[in-house]
Design a protein around this ligand. Sequence first.
Ligand SMILES: NC(=O)c1ccc[n+]([C@@H]2O[C@H](COP(=O)([O-])OP(=O)(O)OC[C@H]3O[C@@H](n4cnc5c(N)ncnc54)[C@H](O)[C@@H]3O)[C@@H](O)[C@H]2O)c1
Length: 401
Amino acid sequence: MSDKVRLGIIGTGGIAGSHLGGYKALVDAGYTQFEIAALADVNDEQRARFAAKVEELFGNTPAQFRSAEELAEMSDVVAVDICTPHAFHHTAAIPCLEAGLDVMVEKPCGITIKATDRILQAAAKKNRIVAVAEQVRRGIKSRCMSWAVNEAKMIGDPRFLSVMGLGTWDFAEVTKSYAMQWRMLKLLTGGGMIFDAGAHFADMMYYLFGDVVDVYAWLGCFQDITINSTELGPRPMDVEDTWTSVIRFKSGMVANWTWSFAAPGEPVAAQILYGSGGSAHDRGGWMHTFQNGADLTLADGTKKSYEEIEKEYRAQLSPETREALFPYGVENDFALECWDFIDSVQKRRKPEIDAETTKWTKSICLAAYESSVCGKPVTVRDVHDGKVSAYQDPINEYWGI
Ligand SMILES: NC(=O)c1ccc[n+]([C@@H]2O[C@H](COP(=O)([O-])OP(=O)(O)OC[C@H]3O[C@@H](n4cnc5c(N)ncnc54)[C@H](O)[C@@H]3O)[C@@H](O)[C@H]2O)c1
């Protein structure tokens, strides 16, 4: 085995903390092929707190920097894990790639398609890896449900998926935190929850059902609030809090995805997949399809709980598949995405989820925005190929992408 991967983390906020938990779970399981050697964050206090946590969990003191450029230039890391807001994915990734570092970028890997392309071009020039931190499909419950649906065919051939989440979320209250402020401004986030949490939904759609042909969507914003943005100053929230959409797959499958954070009264949360032989009712209330497993109702009325399905899944796993999907016995999704990155850096192999893959999955989300602008269905391919970009154009113009 080659030397330990000296790793930097850029952006030490909320999700970086979950990654840290993932790295710790790897060490606890006996995987010690990395060292968190450097951190970068524009927020000095946040970064110092994170450095103290690294020291507490791993026993070493990481070097600290204010920017990706400084970290790339002055530290001795060979790989970085980028956990910044979406507008700063490409600005963090590109200098690191240019300095010859491999990168893992949090989903959705670039604020627009053009931003992803810039990252891919920088990686190609230096022959570097761009992994994407997308964890939902990697956990045992998602893997198990993918097996139940696509291999064991427990509900027959998938026909359609219906996703509805209706309720209220008071953005005026939640946007007091930095992490929610940037999420409410298109220039910083690239789109609202269709693009943010929707990145997980889109990845699971692609993982479970394959290519999406097109998306037709309506989206709107009923909440009228001002965001006091650290980066942009006071501005009106300008991303969706409500949407309804139809997603058509190449396989013939279809999904409807309807959501609102501005629906007072009776809340609804349901995600149900129907196949020719029954249905799978997702246990989660969020957009992370199958992350919490699902319960089946078969055509003859028979019920099968997630626990029964997982028992069957574990029983049929070969030692090779078990080791490939859950190395070191790790079943935690964040730990598995961190392992995949470190292992791909060491072995110079393709990570399971890379920037090319997520360019397709983010195109599913972006097709919803582009459809809402032009008022008709938009193909995922046209978004992916940059032929349709009216929604994204102002973002690219603002940041000079
Ligand atoms: N995989 C998941 O389940 C999941 C969950 C939440 C967030 N995310 C993703 O993680 C990323 C970060 O989200 P978060 O919730 O951790 O946000 P956050 O606001 O909690 O943290 C972002 C951090 O980046 C820092 N930062 C901002 N600009 C920077 C720059 N130019 N250079 C260096 N540091 C900078 C901020 O100071 C902050 O500490 C996003 O891509 C988001 O979509 C993924």
